[in-house]
Unconditional design. Structure first.
Length: 407
C-alpha cells in the first residue's frame, strides 16, 4: 500500500458504518456484493470482512480505490465518506401496495436499487437544469375516476401504438423496446435495475426537481413481457400525476383501488378487446368449457398471450374482467407465479459494460450524456454515475452515442 494511495483522517468511520447500515447489509453481504460488481474480476478492489471492520472502527484507513469500491457497492457518491454526518436524503418515495411495516423489511437488493433509482432521478434532473437542456415532458392527463379503457385509448394514441405496430414485433423483447422508447420519447426516464419481485416489482417517481422516472425490474420472472407490464403499470401512475411512489402490482389496503386501476389501464394499453377476441379465436381453445369450469392452465394462458407479446399478468387481468375467469383469479395466479423459483433474466447472455449501462439508464439517459453540452460534465462525476472506471468511460460514452437505438 503506497502512502500516496492512503486517505488519511478525512474518511469518517461513522459514514462508512452509515452507508452500509442504510441498506441493511452485513459485512458478509458487502463481501459478496463486491465480488459481483459489474466489470469482472480486477475492475474493483476486493474487500474482506476484517478490513471492512477495521475501516469502520477507524483502526485502518481505506485507499481511494477501496472507497470507489464501497461507493459502487453502497450506491452513493465517494464524497459521502468524507462528511461528518449523513446527508439529508430524499423522502419522496412512499410505499404503496405494501403493509406499512414493509418498507423497513425490504431486502438489501431492493433497497440498493431503490436508492440508486432515487440517485439517478436526482442526478439527471440536476444535469438537465445545470446544462440548460430543453427537456419537455409529458403532462398527466388521467384521473383515477376515468374508465381504464378510456385512459388506455388516450395513451395508445399519444405514443402512436396500434395493432399494426405489434405485427412488426418478432418477440416480447421488441415489444418492450418499442414501448420503452415511445414512453421515453415523452421525456420520461426508464431505468432497469434488479428488484426482488416478491417485495416491489416496479416504481414511479416524479418529485420536484426531477423528470418523471420509472423503474422496472431487469430480472422479472417473465423477462421482457413482465417488464413491459411493469413499465406500463408505472406509466399509468405518472399519467394521474401522483408523484413520489413505489408500488407493487398486487396492491393491498387503501391503495388497492389505485393499483387495480393501473393494472387494468396497462392491460388495455397492450390489448384492446378486439385484439383479445382475435387471439382467443385463433387459440383454438374450447371457450365454453373454460367458461363452465373457470379453470385456465398456464399453457392455455400462454397460447393466447404469446401472439400478443404480453405477460401472463395481462391475460389473467383480461380473463377476469371479461368474466372468463372467476373473481380473484389474477390475484390467485399472481401469488402462484410469485412462489415459483426465479431464474436470472440475463442468464443466457452476459451483457458487456456498455450494454449494461445502456439498459440501465435507457434512451433518455443516453441522450443526456451523449449530447454536445455533456462534454462539460466532470468525467469523475459521470463515471461515478455509471459505476464505470474513468479509464473505461470513453468506450462507454461512445456506445451511448452510437448504440442508444439498441436500448
Amino acid at each position: 500500500m503506497s502512502t500516496t494511495d492512503v486517505v488519511h483522517k478525512w474518511v469518517e468511520p461513522r459514514m462508512l458504518r452509515w452507508a452500509r447500515a442504510r441498506l441493511h447489509l452485513e459485512a458478509a453481504d458487502v463481501v459478496e456484493r463486491v465480488a459481483r460488481l459489474p466489470g469482472g474480476a480486477g475492475s474493483y478492489r476486493s474487500v474482506s470482512a476484517e478490513a471492512l471492520a477495521a475501516w469502520e472502527e477507524g483502526r485502518l484507513q481505506p485507499t481511494m480505490a477501496d472507497l470507489e469500491t464501497l461507493a459502487t457497492t453502497y450506491d452513493c457518491p465517494v464524497g459521502y465518506f468524507f462528511l461528518q454526518q449523513p446527508p439529508a436524503e430524499s423522502k419522496d418515495l412512499s410505499f404503496r401496495g405494501l403493509d406499512l411495516s414493509k418498507p423497513g423489511q425490504l431486502g438489501p437488493e431492493t433497497l440498493v436499487s431503490i436508492e440508486r433509482f432515487k440517485f439517478l432521478a436526482v442526478w439527471f434532473g440536476n444535469v438537465i437544469n445545470d446544462l440548460g437542456l430543453d427537456w419537455p415532458v409529458m403532462t398527466g392527463s388521467a384521473n383515477p375516476n376515468d374508465p381504464p379503457g378510456e385512459v388506455a385509448r388516450r395513451e395508445r394514441a399519444r405514443v402512436g401504438f396500434s395493432p399494426a405496430v405489434r405485427k412488426d414485433w418478432v418477440d416480447a423483447n421488441e415489444a418492450f423496446s418499442w414501448w420503452r422508447r415511445a414512453i421515453e420519447g415523452l421525456g420520461v426516464f426508464v431505468f432497469e435495475l434488479k428488484l426482488d419481485p416478491n417485495e416491489v416489482r416496479g416504481a414511479a417517481l416524479w418529485a420536484p426537481g426531477t423528470p418523471p422516472c420509472i423503474l422496472v425490474n431487469r430480472h422479472d420472472a417473465e423477462s421482457a413481457a413482465g417488464r413491459l407490464f411493469s413499465l406500463l403499470h408505472e406509466y399509468v401512475h405518472l399519467t394521474v400525476t401522483r408523484p413520489g411512489c413505489v408500488c407493487d402490482l398486487r396492491g393491498t389496503g387503501q391503495e388497492a383501488e389505485m393499483e387495480t386501476f393501473a393494472n387494468e389501464a396497462a392491460a388495455k394499453m397492450l390489448v384492446q378487446d378486439e385484439d383479445f377476441d382475435a387471439a382467443l379465436h385463433e387459440s383454438g381453445l374450447d371457450l365454453e368449457a373454460l367458461r363452465m369450469g373457470h379453470h385456465w392452465s398456464d399453457a392455455e394462458i400462454d397460447r393466447v398471450r404469446r401472439p400478443l407479446r404480453v405477460s401472463r399478468d395481462v391475460l389473467a387481468i383480461i380473463l377476469e374482467r371479461r368474466n372468463l375467469a372467476p373473481p380473484g383469479f389474477y390475484r390467485h395466479r399472481r401469488g402462484h407465479w410469485d412462489a415459483r423459483p426465479r431464474g436470472n433474466g440475463w442468464a443466457r447472455h452476459h451483457p458487456t459494460r456498455a450494454e449494461r449501462v445502456l439498459r440501465e439508464i435507457g434512451y433518455s439517459g443516453s441522450r443526456v450524456l451523449s449530447g454536445e453540452r455533456a462534454s462539460s460534465l466532470s468525467p469523475l462525476d459521470v463515471g461515478d454515475l455509471l459505476r464505470v472506471k474513468v479509464d473505461h468511460l470513453d468506450q462507454v460514452l461512445a456506445a451511448l452515442r452510437d448504440g442508444g437505438r439498441q436500448v
